[in-house]
Design a protein around this ligand. Structure first.
Ligand code: FE
Length: 376
């Protein structure tokens, strides 16, 4: 009886989450949430309940995947993995925080073996919630650069994105652009577009700057940046690009894959915006462009731990990396794999030399600093 009551309460909770997320569904589903979290990797089914059956892959030849990614190409890749290994992949979709909560709630009884989500800040949140475990794997250590994995090996980056600048070449000369830091200078007053501080991408960018420049300098920078905002931050990364194209501001900070998504969008307007804007990788002469990852971890209590490791190893492999990263116009993490043609056309770039674990470690401080600076 007790279990039934719990189940009922959970269903009630899920339904209310669904109702909340459905409110924003008129906007881009991947960035429309207002509660501070994006569910960016989702495609069509962003409001879907995460409480699906996780039991079909309980055998030792199965793996249950809790993921906030849903791409057809991912599923094709999972099938390839199954063909190769005989290990079935059972996909359970949900928003990232929903899935972390679910793992916490299920505890030792969880059937989730692998957790996949976007942003090192969120992967770190799962680590702090103690739902992941350390994995020692020569294959993962070989395939994934050290700075793109958790310092304690509790999560591993699988696809990489850069936080880039986009600008309208009609109004901005490329020569005017240099660093994130410079966007706080006087000449950019009223010209900078960026989304609100409740978004993890900006929190992670600021967290990286805390690591590189220190708290004090980053605070001063954030104040300068806020002073230079073209408008009160609102909307998604793509909305910032659209606002540049519409002349509301001159330069926007956004994740690189959104430019790929816009250029390949089914909406003509998005393609136009993507084509109108130019991409710029900031901090090339200094500390490198901020990068972040989508990544995976093996859950602490999943029933199929060996298969879970094998699965993540497969996703990091040369044969999987191209497809896995390309599904979201991201960069492969495996240095032996070339990025897609579109990404290659944007040119090579220097990356921040930073272990992404620090993005999670500095997250609270970053958010506080942003709020103090008046970054809503
Ligand atoms: Fe995103």
């Amino acid at each position: 009886m007790k279990n039934r009551t719990l189940l009922f309460l959970f269903m009630l909770f899920t339904v209310s989450i669904f109702a909340l997320s459905a409110c924003g569904s008129g906007e881009e589903n991947e960035e429309s949430e207002t509660a501070g979290e994006t569910t960016e990797e989702e495609s069509a089914d962003s409001g879907e309940s995460s409480e699906e059956e996780a039991s079909s892959a309980e055998s030792d030849r199965g793996v249950n995947l809790y993921t906030s990614r849903h791409y057809d190409t991912d599923n094709e890749l999972y099938e390839k993995f199954s063909e190769e290994t005989g290990i079935e992949v059972n996909v359970i979709s949900g928003s990232e925080d929903e899935l972390i909560e679910r793992l916490e709630r299920e505890g030792e009884n969880t059937e989730g073996d692998v957790f996949i989500t976007a942003d090192a800040g969120r992967l770190h949140r799962a680590k702090e919630a103690e739902v992941l475990q350390a994995v020692e794997s020569d294959v993962l250590n070989e395939n994934i650069p050290e700075n793109l994995r958790d310092k304690d090996n509790e999560w591993f980056g699988l696809t990489k994105r850069a936080r880039i600048l986009v600008y309208d070449p009609e109004r901005v000369d490329e020569e005017e652009l240099s660093t994130y830091e410079a966007l706080a200078d006087e000449e950019w007053e009223g010209r900078v577009l960026v989304r609100p501080s409740d978004n993890i991408y900006n929190q992670s960018l600021v967290a990286s700057m805390i690591s590189i420049n220190g708290t004090e300098e980053t605070s001063a920078w954030a104040e300068g940046l806020v002073h230079n905002f073209a408008r009160t931050p609102k909307g998604s990364d793509r909305d910032q690009a659209k606002a540049v194209a519409a002349g509301e501001g001159d330069v926007a900070i956004m994740n690189s894959y959104y430019l790929g998504k816009m250029l390949n969008s089914s909406e003509e307007k998005e393609v136009e915006v993507g084509e109108q804007l130019e991409i710029f990788f900031p901090n090339q002469e200094t500390t490198g462009t901020h990068v972040n990852v989508s990544g995976a971890g093996v859950t602490k209590h999943g029933p199929n731990q060996e298969a879970a490791v094998e699965f993540i190893e497969f996703l990091s492999s040369e044969k999987a990396q191209g497809e896995f990263s390309e599904a979201n116009y991201e960069y492969p993490v495996n240095p032996d794999v070339e990025p897609s043609e579109l990404l290659q056309s944007w040119g090579d770039f220097e990356e921040q030399d930073l272990n992404l674990t620090e993005l999670g470690q500095n997250n609270t401080e970053a958010l506080m600093l942003m709020n103090e600076a008046g970054w809503n």
